[in-house]
Design a protein around this ligand. Structure first.
Ligand code: GAP
Length: 488
């Protein structure tokens, strides 16, 4: 491997060094599988979420939003099937007591040994998984070659707690393992309050919690994560065309924000979840291989029917355009992981680029992020602190703040400052120099309508001189016209 390629370790190191992501509770030795998003991480994450929200709601007239509570009545999860079915197969090494996810253990082993199992792992029975593990896999924790394992059994992934002073069945609460259930619980409210007509969708993002047995690969699989989900309610019989439509739309979203098509792949589910009629994942080619970033599921009328059964409330929709016929709508779901999107956009944007001249190597680390996603849009850099340049630069920054997330940097050479901004993906740098303050009004002042600045572009490293009065508009224009960077 070329040592300038993107690896997960390089991404983790950049994230920590530049304030994207830190290990949670680091001063106490770290909380396994939990991560904090730092000053740049929180901006970047919010930009991805906003891009998704805009794409799903603003760009689709028939999709509205919801922000449901994390706490819901515990019957929600009995009705949805999560109490009974939401589990992963686990197996313990009886020598060191390490607990493993059986399916992941097999998948990882097959990948690192370039081995093709006779049948896909997600279609193996518990007995088949155990047999495979005993035949092939030494415990990755203690390394024992004896391969002594318990039987493979199911482990429910929901976190449980109790609300209030008394812990009993009625105060039982589950932390939601997916965000979408409140959309089903509020289906009737949304239809009535907003006069929604089937077909329509409801989008929601927020935290979800799963008691994952294995967390590795940084923020890829964690116990606490964020989902961006949309449930689209359609007339029974139209679910297949609706499913195809949303598969295309979600694929297009990733292309729009700069993921090249060759880096994405569909994965069709051979074994379906308890609620699904059909399901595909969009997978991305991470440095660890192709892995899921989003699931698109045809969920039938499972959820609404189940909530109707458990709550005894009528969840049917009355279709006025079809002679007041009553039915339970079918549902197509798009369910994306925000944290996995975060990791994907970082990996895709990362480049160690040789920008040396005259045959000399000179590498810069740069994130070619779409400007709409970049944590900082414009960095303002006065050439010098003195001679009024820093003051003028502050005035310009204040003007830009109204429209963009900005940064201000006065330390070190301008070249070094450009490199620092490249490393965090800042698409535009504005440099204030003596020419900027040269032009003064007759009364001796120089206001924001006078003078010019250097506008420097991250991807091409080109610089142009821009009059101050046009700076904001020019940056807006550049963002609108941005074409995803194509790496060599
Ligand atoms: N409502 C459907 C649902 O939750 P899912 O395939 O289990 O479907 C959807 O999850 C997305 O949520 C996944 O594609 C992934 O991006 C994200 N996700 C799931 N579990 C995760 C975890 N433990 N850590 C980070 N992201 C996770």
């Amino acid at each position: 491997m070329d040592n300038h390629e993107c690896t997960l370790d390089k991404i983790i190191s950049l994230c920590k060094r530049r304030g994207f992501v830190y290990q949670s509770s680091e001063i106490y030795g770290g909380q396994a599988g939990a991560w904090d998003y730092g000053p740049l991480g929180v901006e970047f994450k919010r930009n991805i979420q906003n891009a998704w929200w805009k794409y799903m709601t603003q760009m689709h007239d028939d999709v509205v939003g919801l922000d449901g509570a994390i706490f819901t009545h515990h019957t929600t999860w009995e009705a949805s099937g999560h109490v009974g079915h939401f589990s992963d197969p686990m197996v313990d090494c009886t020598e060191c007591n390490a607990r493993h996810r059986a399916d992941k253990l097999i998948e990882d082993w097959c990948r690192s040994n370039d081995f093709n199992p006779e049948k896909p792992v997600d279609t193996m029975s518990h007995e088949e998984m155990k047999a495979f593990i005993v035949d092939h896999i030494n415990c990755p924790v203690c390394g024992s070659k004896n391969r002594k394992y318990t039987d493979v059994r199911e482990f429910n992934l929901m976190f449980k707690t109790y609300q209030g002073a008394v812990a009993n069945d009625s105060s039982l609460i589950y932390l939601r393992p997916e965000t979408c259930q409140t959309i089903f619980l509020d289906f009737k409210n949304i239809v009535q309050s907003n006069r929604m007509k089937v077909p329509f969708g409801v989008a929601q993002y927020g935290k979800a919690f799963r008691n994952e047995l294995v967390f590795k690969n940084f923020i890829f699989r964690t116990c606490e994560f964020e989902q961006m989900e949309m449930e689209y309610f359609c007339k029974p019989g139209t679910e297949d065309e609706t499913f195809d439509y949303w598969r295309k739309e979600r694929w297009a979203f990733y292309l729009k924000y700069g993921i090249p098509e060759k880096q994405l792949k569909w994965h069709h589910h051979d074994k379906l979840a308890h609620y699904a009629k059909d399901a595909y994942d969009i997978t991305y080619n991470f440095p660890i291989g192709f892995e899921e970033i989003e699931g698109i599921h045809s969920r039938t009328d499972w959820d609404l029917s189940q909530h109707m059964k458990f709550s005894k409330k009528d969840m049917q929709y009355m279709d006025q355009e079809d002679g007041n016929k009553k039915y339970i709508p079918y549902v197509v779901e798009t369910s994306a992981g925000l944290n996995r999107n975060f990791l994907m956009f970082l990996c895709e944007a990362y480049e160690e680029q040789n920008v040396g001249t005259d045959g000399k190597d000179d590498y810069r680390t740069v994130l070619h992020l779409d400007p709409r996603l970049a944590p900082i849009t414009v960095a303002v850099l006065p050439l010098m602190k003195k001679d009024g340049l820093a003051e003028k630069a502050k005035e310009i920054q204040n003007m830009l703040k109204e429209d963009f997330v900005t940064d201000f940097d006065v330390s070190g050479s301008v070249g070094k400052r450009y490199r620092r901004q490249d490393e965090v993906g800042t698409p535009f740098c504005v440099t204030i120099d003596y020419e900027t303050i040269q032009e003064k009004l007759e009364d001796g002042s120089n206001n924001l309508n006078y003078g010019t600045v250097t506008l420097r572009f991250r991807d091409s490293m080109e610089q142009v001189r821009v009059p101050l009065y046009d700076l904001c508009a020019r940056i807006h224009k550049e963002i609108a016209a941005y074409k995803p960077y194509v790496k060599n």
